[in-house]
Design a binder for this molecule. Structure first.
Ligand code: GLN
Length: 559
């Protein structure tokens, strides 16, 4: 058995309003502690009753983040991976649905025979078991737990109660409460207001939780008086009130925190040694994000473009890949249905590349296909992810192979040319939750392709989330007209990547590369796509928007 030291626990709660950026705050703290030499992981507890977000509409919940082990999780796990450069698993995300599922299954099995099963202690015990599961592995020195929702919500109460009980058990020296709150600026009086923070801390105190550190989101600097007032009413010392000012890029947040010595304060309170902070690669990355040499316009065509969170990992992957190319990627959001309604030309003008996004269902598909035909014929770099790759295959089959009714059976069950079809093992699957082909699978790349040149490797592993695939009956026809099946599953049965012979950069992948891009390790395909877009911009004489106005609009903590 592994000898385990008692790990330290940091709990991050949020007050006043939702969307303050707890995920970014937790990730930033995690990065700083990791950069001080500790083994850190982050977990998220979500108060909703869905077992996972896999069945939720991206309009409501944003992107579903898939981990290597195939769990469908909250998008904050994406931030954890991107900031900390660690790999998450199903243990890093718990929902109320999972907790109740577990307790009810045990009850039916008879594990609680004789007892009345209640929120306290049965639900809270199950939450505590999950809160310490990663700590019990012995693999980490520090576990950061982000508690979803806002303090005061009915539904997150059991999580907060479990957290309180756990801290009581392990002792205050081993745990820390960080509370992220809002200090709004009231324009009419020209003042920063502390009352919402006072109320939010009171709510925590009522349930027996005394925050140790307050992170105050605000538009303006918190002066001494404001900090002193917050400290007094919150029962903490002034040095424990930190500012979380709005910054242009989420990637600056760790630097802003480090400047205030937040990490040192945390380590001091947790009685951990203060090793040197090493943030060189992070600072270089942030510098590149803030000082790009040029700008490049890339279209992102999808159907959830009104809610950018639905494509969170893609937008972040572009920031990483842009920085690696010393460029800022200016994303032009294109609603696939608009392309269908108003024609393609006006949306493609001045673009140096097009990415067609993942997705489900028929809506907008014809617009995506039209946009792909345009960039294919005009030699504009193209990158298709999952549904985006499937649309590229349909487009090529229709217009290059002359299979006029080519389609996916997801959109037309009766098509004569089902170039995209349901995967064999998906036939007969009726249950919707967690039944797609999910998680990390190996793929073998063909040499002398863009795919191979990007990865500089023949053997890769990428994450999947789909039910449909290229129909092998059409491989020969597609190949004859110039489509290359550049990545295959090891048994050769599944087409994982495609590209085109006579095109500067036309690549599709059935998997989701965006999920593995990290701030300091941009994904090879995004990196090479942005490079191709820059090259197209140079050759075609498109304006590089050389003089860049301002910093990237990757707005602040508010993600
Ligand atoms: N709807 C497609 C499928 O299930 C694509 C999924 C996706 O883009 N993630 O295969």
């Amino acid at each position: 058995m592994k000898q385990t030291k008692q790990p330290k626990y940091i709990f991050v709660t949020g007050g006043v309003v939702s969307s303050l950026g707890k995920g970014i705050a937790a990730s930033s703290i995690g990065l700083l502690l990791k950069s001080r030499g500790f083994r850190v992981t982050i977990q998220k507890f979500d108060p909703y009753i869905n077992v996972d977000p896999g069945t939720m509409n991206p309009f409501q919940h944003g992107e579903v983040y898939v981990t290597d082990d195939g769990s469908e999780t909250d998008l904050d796990l994406g931030h954890y991976e991107r900031f900390l450069d660690v790999t998450m698993s199903k243990l890093n995300n718990t929902t109320t649905g999972q907790v109740y599922n577990e307790v009810i299954t045990k009850e039916r099995r008879g594990d609680y025979l004789g007892a009345t099963v209640q929120v306290v202690p049965h639900i809270t015990d199950e939450i505590k078991r999950r809160m310490t599961a990663l700590g019990d592995t012995g693999d980490y020195d520090i576990i950061i737990t982000e508690v979803g929702g806002t303090v005061g919500d009915i539904e997150s109460l059991p999580f907060l109660e479990a957290m309180r009980q756990l801290v009581l058990k392990i002792g205050k020296a081993n745990a820390l409460y960080v509370h992220l709150t809002l200090v709004p600026f009231i324009r009419s009086s020209g003042e920063l207001k502390t009352k919402p923070t006072q109320h939010s801390v009171k709510t925590l105190l009522e349930i027996g939780v005394q925050p140790d550190i307050l992170l105050c989101r605000s538009e303006y600097q918190l002066d001494r008086d404001v900090r002193a007032k917050i400290a007094l009413f919150s029962n903490v010392d002034e040095d424990s009130v930190f500012e979380a000012r709005d910054v242009p890029s989420i990637y600056e947040v760790p630097i802003v925190f480090a400047r205030q010595h937040l990490d040192a304060a945390i380590l001091h309170k947790l009685r951990l040694p203060l090793h040197t902070l090493s943030m060189q690669s992070w600072s270089t990355f942030v510098h590149r994000v803030n000082h790009p040499r040029t700008n490049v316009r890339i279209g992102l065509c999808g159907k959830y473009v009104q809610l950018h969170d639905a494509y969170k990992s893609i937008t972040e992957a572009f920031i990483h890949a842009g920085a690696a190319n010393n460029a800022r990627v200016e994303l032009v959001w294109i609603d696939a249905e608009d392309v269908q309604k108003h024609g393609v030309e006006r949306y493609m003008k001045s673009l140096s590349g097009l990415l067609v996004a993942p997705g489900f269902g028929t809506r907008g598909v014809e617009g995506k296909i039209r946009a792909i035909q345009y960039v294919r014929e005009k030699n504009i770099p193209f990158f298709g992810i999952c549904l985006g790759m499937q649309c590229a295959v349909i487009e090529f089959a229709r217009h290059a192979c002359k299979l006029r009714d080519a389609n996916s059976t997801e959109f037309n069950k009766r098509t004569q040319n089902n170039v995209i079809d349901l995967m064999e093992h998906q036939r007969g699957v009726e249950i919707k939750g967690a039944t797609m082909r999910l998680g990390s699978y190996p793929c073998i790349l063909k040499k002398a392709t863009h795919s191979f040149r990007s990865y500089r490797d023949q053997f890769i592993r990428e994450r999947h989330r789909h039910r449909f695939e290229v129909n092998n009956d059409y491989r020969a026809i597609l190949e004859k007209k110039g489509m290359i099946m550049s990545g295959l599953s090891p048994d050769g049965n599944l087409v994982e990547m495609i590209e085109l012979q006579h095109h500067p950069w036309f690549v599709g992948c059935q998997f989701h590369p965006e999920l593995k891009s990290r701030a300091t390790k941009p994904h090879p395909l995004f990196r090479s796509f942005v490079h191709a877009a820059l090259e197209y911009q140079r050759v075609s004489g498109q304006a590089g928007h050389g003089a860049l106005a301002g910093k990237p609009k990757n707005s602040s903590l508010n993600v």
